[in-house]
Design a protein. Structure first.
Length: 501
């Protein structure tokens, strides 16, 4: 009788379900242990919901910022003479209903794909038991919501349990006024004044989105600038746009606490008390470490994530954890325990759904003996879904500045692009990095609407070691934003030729 390899995957996010599809296609018997729904946080509470919300915000921003310049006339009673920029509004209930509907639909589609491929979905929480059998197999114990347990035997186990929002001890979310990013989609009212604590990718995306939806936003950043991990030129453009649109950006301001405080006494018109004696008009007071306080109607805490690796028996099973709680892995997703792999946010490699999916696929290719290419982070493209978007790939400006790689750099503002002028685009640029001498493109940055789409030709160039000459000599549509990519390549080629002579 032919032996069938048994794979157990704990966690149904991108790292887990993509691994399940690959393993099933390669003939393995696959079980996915999941307690929330396939797709994980990426589909149910993070990437898919946030980008759906941002899609609405993007329409609002595009209309508000360009309708007059483009000659669009508004002739109904939505125009507010006291706020000439706000001619349309949003119904946050409808927005959030759509967000949740699409997230659930995506989760159901993923579940259907896994089951069609032959995988089994087991509802519950998985725990890796210590030790291996003589044949190298391991046991995963699954505890269902009702407390019942099932044991699964696996020739290989993949841990893909993701992470959850980090909290500030004195700013615990209550799901009503003080929120983490998983709770935003339960809001039934538009936050009038939103304080966002944290200026990383999540904080910046939500700050920009809610500002576009009509909230007055204060962004509290503990760093010198927003998006401290991104290209400094790109971050500067975005911060300038945020401030220009009316956002209060508080740099070098670390939040110490957040609490609900009663609204000021409004006399006979004061609202009735809500649950636990609080009024519907309660406010949130955020205290900074230097003693300053700011208040708003709502507060979003976006200060990073913690890996879901506790109470899973990992260390007892020989899986090495980093000090941060993340799982150590090599470039083919192996952990320190034989037969145990890990993928996604629980590894702390890069918190991107695309990276998680690649880690999961690589793990299955490796264990099942298929052709495998180790994970290469130099070719990963990433995007910040603000307005404008910030897309990056390959080596960065920081790598060049600290001497990690020698490269020539050219940056071209989109203001010079004819299509950008036609569309009323004022902010953004294209930046390319190439090796001196060879002209091989090693990195790039795009700041523009839909930068997530525009980065792809640069990603192809980086992944395939294309030169600036090859990009410069490739036809682009006129007029188009991609024309700026070719123009930057031409400028780098010209600089290269000047250096040679």
């Amino acid at each position: 009788m032919e032996h069938v390899t048994r794979i157990v995957i704990i966690g149904g996010g991108p790292g887990g379900y993509e691994a399940a599809l690959v393993a099933a296609q390669l003939g393995a018997e696959v079980s996915v242990v999941d307690c929330d729904g396939l797709g994980g946080a990426s589909v149910l509470t993070d990437c898919v919901p946030s980008k759906t919300l941002i899609a609405t915000a993007e329409v609002m921003t595009n209309f508000d910022s360009s309708y007059e310049e483009l000659g669009i006339r508004v002739e109904d009673n939505t125009h507010d003479p006291d706020d000439p920029a706000r001619v349309v509004g949003v119904d946050i209930r409808k927005v959030n209903r759509r967000v949740k509907r699409l997230a659930l639909a995506q989760s159901h589609d993923i579940t259907a794909s896994v089951t069609r491929a032959g995988g089994r979905v087991v509802r519950g929480r998985g725990r890796l038991e210590p030790g291996q059998a003589a044949d190298g197999s391991r046991v995963v114990t699954v505890t269902a919501a009702d407390g019942s347990q099932e044991q699964l035997t696996a020739d290989a186990v993949l841990i893909a349990t993701g992470g959850h929002p980090r909290e500030i001890p004195d700013a615990r979310p209550d799901g009503e006024r003080i929120l983490n990013w998983t709770q935003l989609y339960d809001l039934t009212e538009q936050p009038e004044e939103l304080i966002v604590i944290g200026s990383g990718v999540t904080g910046a995306e939500f700050a920009g989105a809610y500002q576009a939806l009509g909230s007055q936003v204060t962004l509290v950043s503990s760093r010198e600038r927003v998006l401290p991990g991104e290209d400094p030129d790109a971050a500067a453009v975005l911060e300038d746009v945020f401030r220009r649109r009316g956002m209060n950006v508080m740099s070098r301001s670390r939040a110490a606490s957040a609490k609900r405080v009663p609204a000021s006494n409004q006399g006979p018109s004061s609202p009735k008390a809500g649950k636990e004696g609080r009024t519907e008009d309660d406010r949130v007071e955020v205290t900074l470490q230097d003693g300053r306080t700011i208040t708003g109607t709502h507060c979003l805490v976006a200060v990073g994530a913690i890996p879901n690796t506790t109470d899973m028996g990992l260390e007892e099973a020989g899986v090495r954890l980093k000090e941060s709680g993340h799982i150590w892995t090599d470039k083919v997703s192996r952990t320190s325990a034989p037969g145990v792999y890990a993928a996604g946010d629980c590894t702390g490699v890069l918190a991107l759904a695309s990276v998680a999916a690649m880690q999961g696929r690589i793990a299955m290719y490796h264990f099942l003996g298929d052709t495998v290419n180790p994970l290469d982070l130099r070719t990963v493209s990433a995007n910040v879904f603000t307005d404008p978007e910030i897309a990056t790939v390959g080596y960065s400006q920081a790598d060049v500045d600290k001497g990690a790689i020698e490269a020539r750099v050219v940056k071209l503002p989109l203001l010079r692009n004819p299509r950008a002028k036609m569309q009323g685009i004022r902010d953004g640029f294209v930046k390319l990095f190439c090796r001196p001498g060879t002209g091989i493109i090693v990195g790039g940055v795009v700041v523009a609407p839909r930068a997530s789409e525009l980065i792809h030709p640069i990603s192809i160039a980086v992944d395939n070691n294309l030169t600036v000459e090859q990009i410069a000599n490739t036809f682009t549509v006129y007029p188009s934003l991609t024309g700026s990519i070719a123009e930057v390549a031409r400028q780098l080629h010209t600089r290269k030729m000047a250096e040679l002579h």
